[in-house]
Design a protein around this ligand. Sequence first.
Ligand code: SF4
Length: 952
Amino acid sequence: MLKGLLGPSPPLHDPLADPAPNALAEVKTTTCYMCACRCGIRVHLRDGEVRYIDGNPAHPINRGVICAKGSAGIMKQKSRARLTQPLLRKPGSARGAGDFEPISWERTFEILTERLGRIRATDPKRFAMFTGRDQMQALTGLFARQFGTPNYAAHGGFCSVNMAAGMIYTIGGSFWEFGGPDLEHAKLFVMLGTAEDHHSNPLKIALSKFKRKGGRFISINPVRTGYSAIADEWIPIRPGTDGALLMALLHEVIAADLIDRDFLRRYTNAPQLVLLTADEREGLFAYDPEAGPPADGRRPHNKLVWDVPSQSVKRAYPEGIAEGCEPALEGHYVLPDGSRVAPSFQLLEERVAPCTPEWAEQITGIPSARIRKLARELGQTAMRHAFELPQPWTDAWGRRHETTTARPVAFHAMRGLAAHSNGFQTVRALAILMSVLGTIDRPGGFRHKAPYPRHIVPNYRAFSDPAMIRPNTPLSSAPLGFPASPEELAVYPDGSPVRIDHAFSWEHPLAAHGLMHNVITNATRGDPYRLDTLLIFMANMAWNSTMNTMAVREMLNRKGEDGEYAIPFLVVCDAFRSEMVAFADLVLPDTTYLERHDVMSMLDRPISEFDGPVDSVRVPVVPPTGQCKPFQEVLVELASRLKLPAFTHTGGARKFSSYTDFIVNFEPQPGIGFLMGWRGKDGDKHLRGEPNPQQWERYAENNCVFQYHLPASMHYMRNWNREYLDFAMDKGWRQKNDPVQLALYSDTLQHFRLAAQGKTRGRQPPEHLRERVAKYFDPLPFWYPPLEHEAIDTAAYPLAAVTQRPMAMYHSWDSQNAWLRQIHSSNWLHVHPDAARAAGVADGAWCWVESAWGRVRCRVRLSEAVEPGTVWTWNAIGKASGAWALAPGADESREGFLLNHLISEELRFGAGSISNADPVTGQAGWYDVRVRLRPAAPGEPAETFPQVRAHG
Ligand code: SF4
């Protein structure tokens, strides 16, 4: 039975009572933020109070559909866990005790301006700002860059950066906000490792139509929850082994020649010749010296192919794609200068040759016959059920195509693939499988969403030069980006990391989203230096957003020999009393999504559709509660007081009076702003145009969303679509209009490998990291066991443990929500009957779950909807006692538990340790942990372990 919220509960409202006679009923539109999906909603108000929330039928994302979370937003507004005023830790009170005094915003800004101003004037990198699932990274990143600190990142590094980076470095785009499955034209849909919120309502709507039309839906997942429950077929797989499955599928479709050879020749680097010489260009692409410098991630086009009819070498462009040329995909050749070469596809074939279904069966647990059948289904649907859409388009080299070929096999994948220490190469394997089937930006396959596709490698360099960290000076480039070579890493001359999270160092070179899960550990240790102030926004780092939770809570309180905290000043901004709040020195009370302005911008993470760009806003539908202030507003105010150049006129006067003023008037390029709709003085320009002072009003009048429909000739093949590439450059979405050839073979990765092997003259990794970089920066995909498996005795911990996100809760956001906690207030460990029998644990009983790093006690629920070697539970249901304004005896703390206690944030590495993360991107290895079970002893307390008090 659900135990109550703190204190007696007077009814929030009486739904049966007659409205007051003169009650003012209103309906306002805005954008949901009960998860990250960003559906359009209508908020129904009476006398200014929220009474009801439903989906907005006029919104392009959800078309009126709303989920349980979305409609429960009213209870978020009414939550007793709201923070309502700025709080300062009382002098003499211990961090973690939650002993605060309320202060004014003016005092808050004075404290922050004095402290941050001093840091900025001396050593800006000693200020770090890490944000959770915020949707305004264009602003938070700008603030950090202007401040002059490289120590900034958002949540992506512990979410799905492997998915983003693995796909973007291969096909120029990725799933969810940046692209997705075209279920309108697909006949077969294969989903791997996807939770409910990626991409929630829109995907559910599309799946419903797809299944009604007779589409076949296969879900590959260790657990049959959520989407898997409605799949036509569920294929259970062991966690962390998807890469092996994908390699075997590549093996099979190539062996059966169920691949799109014309597509590979014209639109990918499959035919381009790789040097097999044992020198400093080994494994890089051969090039024509007369056509300029050799190809690399920034200038990818100077390459060669072998023309079969003439048996001669030709430049990849324009000769290689001219009529009459037939570039070889297979074979070994010798260039006129004697260099041995092979098309990169030949090397891919050689790589997957030993990856038979029998090999994959041993790793994945999927029978080899099923792998063969799946490969056949994929290949035959792509090649034999292809059809032509009567949609003409012109390619980047000027050839007009009268139709667009559909390859009706669509995939979708997210964190289930990404959150492993082998996730980057796994995602590369998936993107390559999609490419050899010819499904990229084609009807029925994967489709991009503007502003994607990006260049491969994207033209966004991360800050890298430590000499450019200077007092009172903005960084020379943004803190986050996409490195294309070792020269773009953020390292000191000795190869050590510049950033507190070690992102973009040799430990995690392509850490495009940073490594939030290591910030507190590194900062406490002073590795590579001590911080002064750490600002955490919307991330529960003292609980479910961190690995090794109890140790991290101790680190937050740790003091040095001088009696000072190892992290001297902690600022926490949140709307609710999460477990993290008690550790703050200064608490900034944020608003809810119903109380503020927000933008979902093309500069950041828009809500674009396949047929064109879409951005949207939130507008306040109710006033802020208490003294809550939107974090956006706090940042603009702070930036103005600190006189950060982008926020200040010459002479020091502030440029922007508020966040809304900033959004309207800030232009990173002339005519390009945060919002693309209703630009121009009169609001008659779209996509590009001067600022419009009435822009917020126009959005508010138009369901808070702006959608631009591209002409049909720009709907497909956008990596190579001349009209689209020119248009995208004109609108500021791309810096170049050259085609984006798919990188089946990644010479970018090979550049890092050559450096690690000591074959190049440029930057090289420190000795202790050479072998690691050389191994994992393989230009072709490969499967290797998750790194945790090398660090522990897997026989002693025979089970994989993962979490799933329920459809009624988004991370930890909703345990303070009176409606949603009626659906989930406690959690069980779901165990296959065979595994339970082997461990001697019974259905409904208490058991211990032990990893090499920690242990929890929880209740067991037997289930056949799980791969037998896997146990799982819902994510972030367990709470510290008293957190989130829950009563101390609430279900969440007595019967809920966190798997995080079992996961280490670091693994042993050489004589020291290294992040428990993907060695390429730094993606947190959440799903790599191995565990064993044993029954709780008779007489043990019937409650979860550990029991943790939120305060004191
Ligand atoms: S899917 Fe997410 S954004 Fe959409 S209504 Fe549900 S909670 Fe809101």
